[in-house]
Design a binder for this molecule. Structure first.
Ligand SMILES: [Fe+2]
Length: 288
């Protein structure tokens, strides 16, 4: 197991898929700060380490200026659309996290705290458009954890966690139903690959979460909430109830939110694109 010395506090700021969209990310951070969030968690497809360009480096520098001014870290759980070659060039600390200024990229799996709640995290997801991407140019096999990496989270001898932060989501009946109409859009092999990865994620989540636990996710680019019964893996196959809260991406409805860890309530909203652009232009004109 790998327990990081991080406490996200009682009110956790949540940010859905960013895909390198800095105006969205910065506006989301400003709004979460204004709402009094104790911490900032980005739920994968961060995309701010993608092409290594001067433009991208300037963006990371602007992001760090904002985080330093607020004295906040941005805690990132990696998704599937990340350049893992670039991520791996950042030297990991003893706890396997990677830090770029105030951006803390969590390792593949592990545990931390949020107020009185125990929290697990598990990064990555399977790309359903894998065959349309170029290996190690726009798709990396590292998008999925190895067999060993989740052992930093899933431990039969350790107490279960209340909350799981992830990029992929619980593949329950409501999510399957919602995705059913788009299944014919994808290459059959890609679809089988992504769905199998999501089933493996779901098995790991059901093994590590306590009954009534909550999974916070990105990846699907829509806002989704479901409270469903799952079966724990193993011989006993005990039924447990888990809640899934998926945040959307960038400018879509429900891409930003706050988790109250005392009640496990999640409140989400969306970021107005025009307002974010005006704020971002004012910020970059000031800081450049
Ligand atoms: Fe995404």
């Amino acid at each position: 197991m790998n327990t990081l010395n991080i406490d996200l506090g009682e009110e956790v700021g949540l940010i859905g898929d960013v895909h390198g969209n800095l105006p969205f990310l910065i506006e989301a951070i400003f709004q979460l700060e204004a709402r009094g969030a104790a911490s900032l968690v980005q739920l994968g497809d961060f995309g701010m380490l993608w092409d290594g360009s001067a433009h991208e480096r300037a963006g990371l520098s602007t992001l760090n200026k904002v985080l330093r001014a607020m004295d906040k870290d941005l805690v990132v759980i990696l998704g599937n659309h990340e350049n893992y070659t670039m991520v791996n060039t950042v030297e990991p600390a003893a706890d396997k996290s990677r830090t770029i200024g105030r951006v803390v990229i969590l390792p593949r799996a592990g545990r931390l705290r949020a107020g009185k709640k125990s929290v697990g995290f598990l990064s990555g997801a399977g790309s359903v458009d894998r065959s349309s991407r170029r290996p190690r140019r726009s798709w990396w096999p590292d998008e999925l954890p190895t067999e060993e990496e989740p052992q930093d989270l899933v431990d039969d001898l350790a107490p279960r966690v209340n909350i799981l932060l992830a990029h992929d989501a619980l593949r329950g009946p409501a999510l399957k139903n919602r995705l059913a109409s788009s299944r014919n859009l994808w290459n059959a092999n890609d679809l089988a690959y992504a769905e199998a990865a999501s089933d493996v994620f779901t098995a790991r989540a059901t093994a590590v979460l306590s009954d009534g636990g909550l999974v916070l996710s990105g990846h699907y680019h829509f806002r989704h909430t479901a409270n469903e019964m799952f079966t724990r893996p193993g011989k006993t196959g005990a039924p447990i109830w888990l809640r899934s809260e998926i945040l959307s991406a960038e400018w879509d409805e429900g891409a930003v939110g706050v988790l109250d860890t005392r009640t496990l309530a999640v409140q989400t909203w969306s970021i107005d694109q025009a307002a974010a652009r005006i704020g971002y232009d004012a910020l970059t004109t000031r800081t450049e």
